[in-house]
Ligand binder design. Structure first.
Ligand SMILES: Cc1ncc(COP(=O)(O)O)c(C=O)c1O
Length: 442
C-alpha cells in the first residue's frame, strides 16, 4: 500500500511525506506545524457562542514563534502574555500593545516598570495578580486613568496533572478570594478602576471544572466588581492528543457561558463581554516533532526494545515533566507510514512493544513516561536506523518550553506547512557557536 500521502492524524493536513520532505530539507529533529489546523482552531475560538461579545486571546506561552504569533493575530485573536518579555516579543512581531494582556508573576521593576508603563499607555491591559503588583501600579494607573484587570485565585482548579492545576491551594496565581475585599478597598482608595476580572484554573483539566468556574467567577464579579465589563475564564481547554482521548467541546462551553451571561444580565442589568485565552487548543495538535532513528538497543529477554532517536526531552519535555502522552508515528526513510496509533490497521507484522528514547544522558529522556516517571512501552512498528519517529501533539509547550541546550544540543528548526502545501522555515536552527556566544572564558 502506498501510504506516502496519508495524513498523520485525523484533522491534520500534515502527511508522512511532508514530514520527510521537511526532514530532508532542514534536517532532524525539527517541528512541523500545520497552518490549516491552526487557522481552523482560531476560527473555532472566534466563533464560540457568547452573549454580549467575545475577545479571545492566544496564550503565547504555548508557542511563541514569531510566525505563529502573526498567524494567530491575523485570525483576530489578541495575545495573552505571561512575562514582560513575552509582551515585548509580541510587539516585536508587530502586534499592537492594545491587543495584549499581561498576566505575570513578575513584579515589574526598574526598566521593566518603565516599559510596562509605556505599554499600558499604548493600550496593553495589565492583569494585576497580587496586592504588591497593585500597590506598585496603582498611582500610575490612577493618574493616567488607565483601568486594570485583576486575576483572582478561586481556590479550586483542574489540570492535566497536579502541576498544571493553577487554581487550587498548591498554586499561588492571582489575588486569593480571602483577601479580595481588602485589595479592592485599597484599589478604591487609590482611585484605580478594575474593569476586567480573570481566572485561569489550569491547563487540560476537566471541562466540568471549567464550567463550574464560570458560575463561581460570575458570582464574585457580581459581589465585588461593580465596574467590570470583561470577564476572562482563562485558557485550559482540554485537547485530545491521543486516540481515544476526549477533548473539551468549546462550543458547548460557549453555550453554557452565554446562558450564564444572559442570566447575569437579567439579574443585574449588566452586559459583560467574555474573554478566553487558549494556548494548547490553538496549536497543540497542529504540531509534529520529526525525529530520526539513530540506534536500536535491547535490554535482554526481560527488558525492553529501545529506539534511540535524535530528539527527546530537550525538544519535548512534556512526558518527563507532566507524564503526558503523545502519539507516535513510525515512517520509513522513504516516507511510508509504517505505524500510527490512530490507525491500528497500519501495524506491521513486526510491530511490538518499544520504548522511544532521546539522546540526552538521562534515563528519563523518553517520550513515553507515566506521571511517576516510569517508562511506558508502546506498541509500534519496528523502525530501522534512518527511519523516522514522529511525535504528535507537539505544537504547544514543546518548542516554547524546551531545555534545548541541554547536553549542548542546538535549538532546532521550526517549519510551517502552509495552507497551499509548501513548507516554510519559520525558525532557523541555532548555530553551534550561539550556544556559547555569551560565555566569558577565564
Ligand atoms: C494565565 C494563563 N492563561 C492561559 C493559559 C493557557 O492555557 P492552555 O495552554 O492550557 O490553553 C495559561 C497556561 O498555563 C495561563 O497560565
Amino acid at each position: 500500500m502506498n501510504t506516502a500521502k496519508m495524513q498523520l492524524a485525523p484533522k491534520t493536513t500534515v502527511a508522512a511525506s511532508h514530514a520527510v520532505a521537511a526532514a530532508e530539507q532542514f534536517g532532524t529533529p525539527l517541528y512541523v506545524y500545520d497552518e490549516t489546523c491552526i487557522v481552523r482552531h482560531c476560527r473555532n475560538v472566534m466563533d464560540m457562542p457568547n452573549a454580549f461579545g467575545l475577545a479571545p486571546r492566544y496564550a503565547m506561552k504555548a508557542n511563541s514563534s514569531r510566525a505563529i504569533l502573526q498567524l494567530v493575530a491575523s485570525q483576530g485573536l489578541g495575545i495573552d502574555a505571561s512575562s514582560l518579555n513575552e509582551a515585548r516579543r509580541a510587539i516585536a512581531a508587530g502586534i499592537a500593545p492594545e491587543r495584549i494582556m499581561l498576566t505575570t508573576q513578575e513584579v515589574p521593576m526598574a526598566q521593566n516598570r518603565t516599559d510596562l508603563e509605556e505599554m499600558m499607555r499604548g493600550g496593553l491591559r495589565y492583569n494585576v495578580c497580587s496586592r504588591r503588583q497593585l500597590e506598585l501600579i496603582a498611582d500610575f494607573a490612577a493618574s493616567e486613568d488607565i483601568a486594570i484587570s485583576m486575576r483572582i485565585h478561586p481556590g479550586v482548579g483542574s489540570g492535566e496533572s497536579a502541576t498544571r492545576n493553577t487554581g487550587d491551594k498548591y498554586s499561588c496565581f492571582g489575588v486569593h478570594l480571602s483577601i479580595l475585599e481588602d485589595v479592592l478597598a485599597y484599589a478604591g482608595q487609590k482611585g484605580v478602576k478594575c474593569t476586567g476580572v480573570h481566572v485561569h484554573i489550569g491547563s487540560g483539566g476537566d471541562p466540568e471544572a471549567w464550567r463550574a468556574n464560570i458560575d463561581c467567577e460570575l458570582e464574585f464579579v457580581e459581589n465585588f466588581f461593580p465596574d467590570a465589563t470583561h470577564v476572562s475564564f482563562g485558557g485550559g481547554f482540554k485537547v485530545a492528543r491521543m486516540p481515544g482521548e476526549k477533548a473539551a467541546d468549546i462550543e458547548e462551553l460557549g453555550c453554557y457561558a452565554k446562558k450564564r451571561f444572559e442570566e447575569f444580565y437579567a439579574r443585574t442589568g449588566r452586559k459583560l463581554a467574555m474573554e478566553v485565552e487558549p494556548g494548547t487548543y490553538i496549536v497543540a495538535n497542529a504540531g509534529f516533532l520529526v525525529t530520526r532513528v539513530l540506534d536500536l538497543k535491547s535490554t535482554g529477554r526481560d527488558g525492553f526494545e529501545f529506539v534511540i532517536v535524535d530528539g527527546g526531552m530537550e525538544v519535548n519535555t512534556r512526558p518527563l515533566l507532566y507524564g503526558s502522552s503523545h502519539p507516535f508515528y513510525v515512517v520509513s526513510a522513504t516516507g511510508s507510514l509504517l505505524s500510527s496509533e490512530f490507525d491500528p490497521m497500519l501495524e506491521e507484522t513486526a510491530a511490538g512493544e518499544r520504548i522511544i528514547v532521546g539522546r540526552c544522558c538521562e534515563s528519563g529522556d523518553s517520550q513515553s513516561l507515566d506521571e511517576h516517571g516510569h517508562i511506558v512501552p508502546r506498541f509500534l512498528a519496528a523502525p530501522a536506523v534512518g527511519d523516522y519517529v514522529i511525535v504528535g501533539g507537539c505544537g504547544a509547550y514543546c518548542s516554547a518550553m524546551s531545555p534545548f541546550n541541554y547536553n549542548s544540543h542546538i535549538q532546532v528548526p521550526e517549519v510551517l506547512l502552509r495552507e497551499g502545501g509548501s513548507l516554510q522555515l519559520i525558525r532557523r536552527p541555532q548555530l553551534i557557536d550561539q550556544i556559547w556566544q555569551n560565555e566569558l572564558g577565564l
